[in-house]
Design a protein around this ligand. Structure first.
Ligand SMILES: Cc1cc2nc3c(=O)[nH]c(=O)nc-3n(C[C@H](O)[C@H](O)[C@H](O)COP(=O)(O)OP(=O)(O)OC[C@H]3O[C@@H](n4cnc5c(N)ncnc54)[C@H](O)[C@@H]3O)c2cc1C
Length: 402
């Protein structure tokens, strides 16, 4: 039996590992890049948040379909451990990493488990066509009994559609509209001076009349805000965007939440300022210099913008102005610009085209798994877990049906 896997990401590699355990199966994996699993290597900022102890179907956009595919946490944990990958204990958000906190370890482990005797990875080969001939498929001039499409999201890093798309549609694998799901957010203000600064804080996302809160790490980027906390909010924003038009979206950061990450008195900034009478000295010891400078710049701007206001309603106390900026460091979100970075794309092959074992309903022996299908999960190890689960489900189905 000959199997073609298009795409050497986590999902395709897991299918290959499982299929490769059978000696009568021969597997060709086609990969457009010169290296496999590029996205996996970049995941979790190179640390690879591989799974989560709170894995559940409800962490995905289509819980009922996800429930057919998703393995539970202990299954994934045991599976990876059996592959030889040692994992950390879950952190406070349930996130689990390789013990090395390095995605290269995961890559090495997956590659070690590929059976070199019956599995070939053919690099630098972009597949843009699959031809059905009788009961077989022709890919790259080679005849296969089964084809697995595990090409990741339908849009690439530049949101350009995959060249395989047209051919998949002809084969009955139509797809839903794609757009970034977990991403940084493009904002109206320039962050050049604080590019790369990280701060643990709280965030509130206002989408028209609705508000959503989160806390965690914020990363400033040139004209964007990012970090896991922001990405989780972007997931909410993008899901709303999917269902209706948004008129206005703003994001507000409380850079020094009072019930936050360190003990502080209610009037901490006021008391410190009244004692020191100096902006920098007040902010020193709390924020990194670059961020203090930006807070002061915004405070000066705020002060200037008040000049036209009636004296009675102006905020004149400098500590009150600093407090305002610190507790409401806000941006309008630019909904028309594409973020430079996304982690997951929403949309993909429409679930109505595929069975509960990820096989095409119209064309038997044609499977698709991982991020290419219209399933996306929350931030925190849920997407790699889904890619692993789908690779396992596909391999099992092929081995049972051969
Ligand atoms: C920066 C970043 C950080 C992330 N961090 C995390 C995290 O910490 N935890 C988490 O759970 N998820 C994370 N994700 C998401 C997660 O990495 C993906 O959901 C997961 O890797 C998807 O696996 P996949 O096998 O479905 O697709 P991919 O990993 O995208 O693999 C698809 C493969 O197919 C190849 N390919 C595509 N088209 C063709 C073609 N036509 N012909 C040949 N080859 C083709 C691609 O080059 C690629 O190697 C992150 C994503 C990004 C971008």
């Amino acid at each position: 039996m000959k199997v073609c896997i298009i795409g050497a990401g986590v999902s395709g590699l897991i299918s290959a590992i499982e299929l490769g355990k059978s000696n009568d199966v021969s597997i060709d994996i086609y990969e457009k890049n010169i290296k496999a699993a590029r996205k996996l290597l970049a995941s979790g900022n190179g640390r690879c948040n591989i799974t989560n102890c709170y894995l559940s179907k409800d962490s995905y956009n289509n819980p009922s379909f996800a429930s057919y595919i998703l393995k539970d946490y202990s299954y994934i944990y045991d599976y990876l451990t059996n592959l030889g990958l040692l994992l950390t204990s879950p952190d406070e958000c349930g996130r689990v990493y390789p013990i090395s906190y390095n995605s290269n370890t995961v890559y090495d482990c997956l590659m070690d488990n590929i059976n070199k005797k019956n599995t070939k990875i053919i690099y630098s080969t972009y597949i843009d066509n699959i031809v059905k001939k009788d009961n077989k498929y022709i890919v790259n001039n080679t005849e296969y009994d089964y084809v697995i499409v595990s090409i990741g999201s339908m849009a690439d890093e530049k949101y350009e559609h995959n060249k395989l798309e047209e051919c998949l549609i002809k084969l009955g694998l139509t797809y839903t509209k794609t757009y970034p799901s977990l991403s940084s957010l493009v904002v109206d203000k320039n962050n050049n001076e604080i590019d790369g600064v990280r701060v643990k804080c709280k965030a509130r996302l206002d989408v028209d009349e609705e508000s959503f809160e989160n806390s965690g790490e914020l990363i400033f980027k040139k004209n964007e805000v990012g970090g896991i906390m922001v990405m989780e909010l972007s997931h909410i924003l993008n899901n709303i965007r999917r269902s209706r038009k948004i008129n206005k979206a703003t994001i507000h950061f409380d850079l020094l939440p009072e019930d936050g990450f360190s003990y502080q008195k209610h009037n901490y900034i006021d008391d410190k300022y009244n004692k020191l009478k100096d902006d920098y000295k007040t902010l020193n010891g709390i924020f990194v210099r670059k961020l203090s400078k930006e807070i002061i710049r915004r405070a000066n701007e705020y002060d200037k913008s008040q000049k036209s206001l009636d004296k009675a309603i102006r905020i004149t106390s400098r500590s009150a102005i600093l407090n305002n900026i610190i507790h409401d460091f806000s941006y309008t979100i630019n909904l028309n610009s594409k973020p430079s970075m996304y982690h997951v794309i929403c949309g993909g092959i429409d679930l109505k085209n595929i069975t509960n074992t990820l096989e095409s309903k119209r064309n038997k022996k044609l499977y698709c798994g991982g991020e290419v299908i219209d399933i996306n999960g929350n931030c925190g190890g849920y997407n790699i877990s889904f890619a692993i689960s789908s690779g396992l489900v596909i391999a099992k189905s092929i081995l049972e049906n051969r």
